[in-house]
Design a protein around this ligand. Sequence first.
Ligand code: SF4
Length: 399
Amino acid sequence: MERQAGNSPGIRSLYLHFPFCESKCHYCDFYSIGRERTKDSDAPLFEEALRTELELLVSGAPIVAAGSPSSEAPTHPRFAPELDTIFMGGGTPSMTPPDSMARALEPLWKATRVTSNTEWTMEANPSSVDRERLRQYRALGVNRISMGVQALRDDLLLRLGRVHSRDKALESLDAIFDAGFDNVSVDLLCGVPQQTLQDLEAALDTLTRYPITHLSCYLLTLPKTHKMHRELPNEDQQLEHLLLIDRWMASHGFEHYEISNFSKSGRQARHNLAYWKREGYLSAGPSAHAFDPNPGPAGIRWKNVSSLHKYAQLLKQGRLPIEWTEELKAEDAELEKWMLALRLSEGFPESWLDGDQKLRKARLLQEQGVLERHPAKLSTLRLTARGFAVSDQVIATLA
Ligand code: SF4
C-alpha cells in the first residue's frame, strides 16, 4: 500500500538542474559535463528526459530509489497551485536555449503555475549569455539572474579554470541589465590562491557600481588532494577576506543575511531561504536533491542519479531517476534546525538553549565575539560577522 505524503497544501519551490557547462572549472564538484565531453545528441536527450521527469512528478509517482520496491514508498508530494520560487541551477542553465527549456517545462503547468510574485532564478555564466537570449528567458518567466563572475582578474580566472575574462564578465552584466532584469545576483569567490585584499576590494568596488541586488561570496575550498590545495591562504588570511567583504557590503547598503549571502532590502534569495527554513522543495534533473517535510517524524530527502545517461535511461523506463531516499528521524531534524538557524542573521530564539550546558556554551561564544544578541529582537541570538566566518565551529559547539 502506498503512503500519502501527508496533508500538505503542496510544495511551493522547485529546483531544476541543467548538467551542461562550457568547460569544467578546476574547483567544481557539482555534477556537470564540459562541452568537450558532450555529444550533439546529449542536449535533446536531456530535454526529453527532463520533460518526462516533470510528467512523472506531476502524476505523483512514488519516491523510491531506482531498483527498490515501490510498495512502501510515499507518493510524490503535490505541487502547490502557485509556485513561490523556481531555481534553475547546474551546470550552466544559460547554455540551454529558451525554446528547449519551454518544451521541457510544459508538463509542469498542468499542476501548478507561476505568478507575478514568483521568484524565478536562472544561473548564468558570462560565456553563455547575449542580449537576445536574455530577452527570451525573460519572456519565458525568468525574473532573476545569478551570474557566476567569481573574480575580476584574468589570471585568477584562468587559474580557476573559468572560460571568461574580466571584460566578458562586465559585458555580460551590461547585457543582463539592458535586457530588463532588475533582480541580479553575482557570485564571487574569496580565498583564491594569489588573490589579495586589494583584488577583492577592487572587484567589490566594480560590482557594486552595477545595480545588483544580491551578492553570494564563497570561500574557495578544495580537497587536500587538489593540486592548488597547498596554495590556499591560511585561516587568518581567509578571515581577513571574509571580514573585508562583510564591511564593504554593509557600507554599500547590503545586509549580510546568511553566512555567504548579502542582499539589498527585500531582495534576499527566497529560493535559498526555503532551504534554510526547512521548507519543502521538489526538483528535477540529474543529481538534484529534494525535500518534503511532511511524511514520517521529520520528513524525507532524496537525490537523483548523477549521470545524464543513467538519468535518461531510467526515465525511458518510466521510473523516477532517484539514487537514494532518506527518511529523517526527529534528532536529524533537531540538528538541521540548529545548522540552518545559525546560518541566518535572523538567528534563533534564546528559548532553544534548554539546559545549563547549552546556556554556558552560548555565553562563552558571546564572550568570544562570535555570537550576539539580535539588536532588534532581544530574545534572539545570532552569529556576528566573525561568527559567520567560523560558523562550522559555532554550529558544532551549539548543535
Ligand atoms: S561553470 Fe559552475 S557548474 Fe560549471 S564547472 Fe564551473 S563552477 Fe561548475
